[in-house]
Write a protein that binds this ligand. Structure first.
Ligand SMILES: Cc1cc2nc3c(=O)[nH]c(=O)nc-3n(C[C@H](O)[C@H](O)[C@H](O)COP(=O)(O)OP(=O)(O)OC[C@H]3O[C@@H](n4cnc5c(N)ncnc54)[C@H](O)[C@@H]3O)c2cc1C
Ligand SMILES: NC(=O)c1ccc[n+]([C@@H]2O[C@H](COP(=O)([O-])OP(=O)(O)OC[C@H]3O[C@@H](n4cnc5c(N)ncnc54)[C@H](O)[C@@H]3O)[C@@H](O)[C@H]2O)c1
Length: 468
């Protein structure tokens, strides 16, 4: 059986959903979403949603220990895991399917793979069927964890086990020092694991400004996490790895060999990055490789978005790109003018550690490498009343990177309580190309954390603060 649609989207995660929506809305076009697991994708059930559902109560409870006027409160582990279960709809995607149908998007369950130009074969619970697209096929298959060789045979935890935690290991070793590692170390230690982080690099969150890694390592250590930097794992053994299910301890004790001795634990969480899921989507049937996808060498009818495209693996970024690509597909299919594309929109990111990290645009090093003549301004977040009122003992730093000649903001980074809510101002300033002398007239309310912008702008050389 072959059904025809204008647009076929392989992968029903947040990015695929947006691609299907924007490729069809306001038109007579029809799209179908193909999903092999749960509509809503990694983000909804195993990544963004459960991790943030776990982290918020932990952050609030931590604040009560540092906020005169309230009784200190503790995390209630069972209630916390129940909150997580509610936010992942108990791993039931009925709501997402309803959304698709209400939006006019058809859904097909099963694994989708290309079998020819504009032709997708879906193998699912109801057998095999083919979907032919009149205009476009979109690959939105997300990403899968990259597991280094020493850990493959010991059934380690991946991020799904950490976000879906059911059984809390007494001792947990975390391999990696990136975003998943830092966030998971935060919630796993808060619910009772003694966490050791083995980080091969010299700092945590190495893609961000160096002060970020130092400040987050300090905060994790203050919470009892054993953060071991410059420590490479060379091997891992577990005598009886078992398939106990997601979020349960996968067998007996694990020993991780490092260049600085062995570490024994009850579970090991491998958080060493992810790679685009392109290995089983039938690229070879249309004479393409994964590199063709990652380097954008695709025929006009084929598109890749989200984690699968190799772009920044962030939900909001993938969804943004899906909105752009979806609108382009709709325009090309209907003969409407192609929508304008902004090539240099900056990528924001928030790491929901305690304190949070928020960043957008270039780091100081990236801006220098790109040839900019820079001015860098930084300020302690605790220096403004609005932040200091949030809790006692506020820690964190804010920093902006400015091009001296154009006076434009190139990047901004914040560490501090709830700074995830501060970064959008920087995103707007970069996207809107607002020079810093104009930004000085954007007045933050008193007393809010946003007043750190005043400090950052005051720290700039006087000549940059006046009109040219
Ligand atoms: C622990 C963790 C926490 C995270 N937290 C955040 C966060 O707070 N904020 C943020 O912005 N990002 C976060 N991310 C990243 C975010 O999860 C991803 O960037 C996002 O899920 C990408 O969306 P996507 O739609 O491209 O892929 P996915 O969400 O992975 O969805 C892809 C879908 O495609 C399906 N699929 C794959 N292959 C096929 C096939 N051949 N046929 C049919 N279906 C297929 C999959 O089953 C899946 O449902 C986090 C990631 C992790 C691991
Ligand atoms: N709050 C958020 O927005 C959020 C939260 C979680 C994840 N994410 C996204 O998910 C992506 C994946 O996260 P991640 O933490 O898995 O990846 P990452 O790229 O952020 O970090 C990977 C870490 O593993 C280390 N590493 C890589 N290979 C290794 C090896 N062989 N041995 C030891 N260490 C090794 C790296 O040095 C790094 O510290 C991130 O890039 C991020 O965009 C976002």
């Amino acid at each position: 059986m072959t059904d025809e649609y204008d647009v076929v989207v392989i992968g029903g995660g947040p990015v695929g959903e947006n691609a299907a929506q924007y490729a069809t809305e306001g038109t007579d076009l029809g799209a179908v979403l193909v999903e092999g697991e749960l509509f809503g994708g990694e983000c909804s059930y195993w990544a963004c949603m459960p991790s943030k559902a776990l982290l918020r109560p932990i952050s609030v409870a931590g604040t009560t220990h540092d906020l005169p006027g309230v009784h200190p409160t503790e995390v209630d582990r069972d209630a916390l895991l129940a909150r997580r279960d509610a936010w992942v709809s108990s791993y039931d995607d009925a709501g997402q399917v309803r959304w698709a149908h209400d939006t006019g998007i058809a859904t097909v369950r099963g694994h989708g793979r290309l079998v020819g130009d504009r032709l997708v074969e879906v193998t699912g619970p109801e057998g095999t069927r083919r979907l032919r697209s009149r205009h476009a096929v979109v690959i939105a298959t997300g990403s899968a964890p990259a597991v280094p060789a020493p850990f493959v045979d010991v059934r380690p935890w991946g991020s799904r086990d950490a976000t879906g935690v059911v059984e809390v290991p007494d001792r947990l070793v975390v391999i990696g020092g990136g975003v998943v590692a830092c966030e998971a170390a935060t919630w796993m230690s808060a619910i009772g694991s003694q966490v050791t982080m083995l980080v091969r690099g010299e700092r945590l969150l190495s893609g961000l400004e160096p002060f970020v890694g130092r400040e987050i390592a300090d905060s994790l250590r203050a919470k009892g996490v054993d953060v071991r930097l410059s420590t490479s794992s060379t091997g891992c053994t577990r005598p009886d790895p078992q398939d106990t299910g997601v979020g349960r301890v996968h067998g007996g004790p694990v020993t991780v060999e490092t260049d600085d001795g062995a570490v024994e634990a009850d579970e090991v969480l491998v958080a060493t990055g992810r790679r685009p899921r392109l290995d089983d989507v039938g690229l070879e049937t249309v004479d393409l490789t994964a590199d063709d996808v990652l380097e954008g060498r695709l025929p006009g009818w084929l598109h890749a978005v989200g984690d699968a495209s190799g772009d920044a693996p962030l939900t909001h970024w993938g969804k943004y790109r899906a909105r752009v690509v979806g609108a382009q597909i709709a325009a090309s299919a209907t003969g409407a003018p192609a929508p304008a594309v902004v090539e240099d929109a900056p990528v924001p990111q928030v790491v929901f550690t305690d304190p949070q990290v928020a960043s957008v645009g270039m780091t100081e090093e990236e801006a220098r490498d790109a040839g900019h003549d820079l001015v860098v301004s930084s300020a302690p977040v605790s220096g403004v009343a609005g932040a200091a009122l949030l809790r006692d003992h506020v820690s964190g730093t804010a920093q902006i990177v400015v091009d001296r000649r154009t006076r434009l903001l190139l990047g901004a980074t914040f560490v501090g309580p709830d700074v995830g809510e501060l970064v959008h101002a920087a995103t707007v300033a970069i996207t809107g190309r607002v020079p810093v002398h104009v930004l000085r007239h954007a007045v933050p309310s008193y007393p809010t954390s946003a007043e750190v912008w005043l400090r950052l702008l005051e720290e700039l050389p006087v000549e940059l603060r006046r009109p040219a």
